[in-house]
Design a protein around this ligand. Structure first.
Ligand code: ADP
Ligand code: ZN
Length: 568
């Protein structure tokens, strides 16, 4: 099968078919490996140029007489676009879809058997039909099955953010056609997902090509949720007037509300979620792609496979489930390489909601729930982090930030007077990576030592439980700590507790921050089955015994992001 000099080289194909002069990053190595018949696992961020990694081998291998490359992707719209683009470039490609008539399907099959196609795109559920299996078998017998390209390969893993059960059966491809090379591609995979993906797709012997996941043009900002709608409006108006963006919300209802709110404020905004009928969804998606300066307010139902280069911002009004989701969604900003913003608000309620969704799931196994809790905690740590966001994000994907890339030196962290505890040098900002393009680098957060406050909160929960035999919610605990003799406090004689008023020096915002951390760290649980009351978990002992300390970011009255000036 060696491919000879009589055929155009990958670089020739890149130039002649696609009109580009140079390969980008690891593309050349990947293409050469796959052209030569090797299996590959490609991890490359969105916009990195994954498509060429299998399209060029498809062409080269077709030239060398190996037949068709079958591309498996869950994204119908994307397949459609790619086939169109390939036609324009003069490459014979087609895609199998469920709306095709009997005649159309048989015509396509004939074309394949005559070896007239270079690329065939299909959704994973199509691959598994008896008819398709038969067709693949016939092609294979004739030596016309050149390569399998599995796009969005993380969909095979239940740990990934977009598990699709149909992907599971793709392992059959390898079992049935072990001699046909495979290339699997994804723009996201943390260590666990990556491992699972390799096992499920039996890619143990595939060569891994891991690109940097850094998106240097994206500026990350995470602020505390205070008045989310006002914060969002201010963010858009001050930084992105007239520009295209996506606003993610957790529920359909919230999506509708926020879209209305933005429209009332004079913005070109639309709602998008799975509850809308598909014609309307399609229409809005098209409008978002074509019209300038549209803001799409959406649930996570929107975005996968949307290739709009000039999305200038992605805002999360509610916290996503995990870092992979966050990375994937924010990654839709700035594909054109120009400056873009990833902005998120998050609060105690987000943490409570996400925890509840995990805890109360009836279908998930305990193991699954445990993994999901861990992932939520990781995202929360990112949100609460006082250090470079980019460095934290990359670390999560197993990368370290190359300090050479960044010229300016690290800024010094500032320490605010804390709620009663002794000030000490803060090492969390300063000794670490500095990207110069995230909120924490641009404006090092003021941090305070909340260890003492955390201890007070934990003691308070403990005392209340001891005194009353039951526990109470966050608001009530804060009232006790802050010494507010509300009716409820008096009714339960909680003003007599030793913890009454011991936290009067801290604001409610500060107390919420403390509580969020305690929940994030698994020291306190909000019980969804008992009126969201707070319960101590065994790990709380670590703080009570003084084994761990807690550093929290100080929240500015308006939220951290609002102190920032427009900077482009
Ligand atoms: P991904 O699938 O990784 O998100 P794509 O394959 O859609 O990325 O590529 C992103 C963009 O980069 C596309 O517009 C593509 O044409 C362009 N591109 C890819 N490789 C190159 C290259 N070597 N030179 C110039 N542009 C490229
Ligand atoms: Zn940074």
């Amino acid at each position: 099968m060696p491919y000879t000099s009589t055929h155009p080289s990958p670089l020739d194909i890149l130039g002649q078919v696609f009109g580009y002069s140079d390969f980008r990053g690891p593309q050349q190595a990947i293409v050469e490996h796959v052209v030569g018949g090797g299996d590959a696992l490609v991890l490359m961020p969105t916009g990195g140029g994954k498509s060429l990694c299998y399209q060029i081998p498809a062409i080269a291998r077709q030239n060398a007489g190996h037949g068709v490359t079958v591309v498996i992707s869950p994204l119908i719209a994307l397949m459609h676009d790619q086939v169109g683009a390939l036609h324009e470039a003069g490459v014979s490609a087609a895609f199998l879809n469920s709306t095709q008539t009997q005649e159309e399907s048989s015509a396509l099959e004939k074309q394949l058997l005559r070896n007239e196609l270079t690329l065939l795109y299909a959704a994973p559920e199509r691959i598994n039909t008896p008819r398709m299996k038969g067709l693949l078998g016939s092609l294979h017998e004739r030596g016309l099955l050149s390569l399998f390209a599995i796009d969005e390969a993380h969909c095979v893993s239940q740990w990934g953010h977009d598990f699709r059960p149909e992907y599971r059966s793709l392992s059959l491809l390898h079992e049935t056609f072990p001699d046909v090379p495979r290339i699997a591609l994804t723009a996201t995979a943390d260590a666990l997902t990556r491992q699972d993906m390799i096992e499920r797709l039996k890619l143990e012997d595939a060569r891994e090509f891991v690109s940097s996941f850094d998106r240097p043009n994206i500026r990350y900002t995470i602020v505390e949720k205070l008045e989310p709608t006002r914060q969002l409006l201010r963010f858009i108006e001050s930084e992105h007037a007239g520009e295209a963006g996506i606003v993610y919300c957790q529920s359909r209802k919230r999506v509708e509300e926020i879209a209305d709110m933005l429209q009332d404020a004079g913005l070109k905004a639309m709602a998008y979620h799975a509850g809308l009928d598909s014609a309307l969804r399609q229409q809005r998606q098209d409008r978002f792609l074509r019209e300038e300066g549209m803001v799409m307010v959406a649930t996570i139902a929107f975005g996968m496979g949307i290739d709009k280069p000039d999305v200038r911002f992605v805002a999360h009004l509610d916290m996503p489930k995990n870092i992979e989701g966050y990375y994937q969604e924010t990654g839709r900003a700035g594909r054109d390489g120009l400056p873009a913003n990833a902005w998120m608000t998050y609060g105690l309620q987000d943490v409570v909601n996400q925890r509840r969704m995990i805890d109360t799931s009836e279908t998930a196994s305990e193991e699954f729930k445990q993994v999901m809790r861990g992932k939520l905690d990781a995202l929360l740590s990112l949100a609460e982090d006082t250090r470079c966001r980019r460095a934290s994000l990359l670390r999560y994907f197993g990368e370290t930030m190359d300090s050479q890339q960044f010229s300016a030196g690290p800024p010094q962290g500032k320490l605010a007077p804390s709620g009663g505890s002794a000030a000490h040098e803060v090492a969390s900002v300063g000794a670490h990576s500095y990207c110069g393009n995230c909120d924490n680098c641009l404006q090092p957060p003021v941090v305070w030592d909340a260890t003492e406050a955390a201890r007070k909160m934990l003691s308070c929960i403990y005392r209340v439980q001891q005194a009353s035999g039951i526990t109470f919610g966050a608001g009530h605990m804060m009232d006790i700590l802050r010494g507010k003799a509300t009716e409820k406090v008096l009714q339960h004689s909680h003003d007599k507790l030793s913890t009454f008023g011991i936290g009067a020096d801290l604001s409610e915002v500060q107390w919420r921050g403390v509580l969020r951390q305690l929940i994030a760290k698994g020291m306190v649980r909000v019980d969804p089955d008992a009126f969201n009351t707070l319960q101590l978990l065994p790990d709380a002992r670590q703080v009570l015994k003084g084994e761990v300390s807690l550093l929290l970011r100080e929240q500015a009255a308006g939220g951290a992001g609002e102190r920032r000036k427009k900077s482009t």
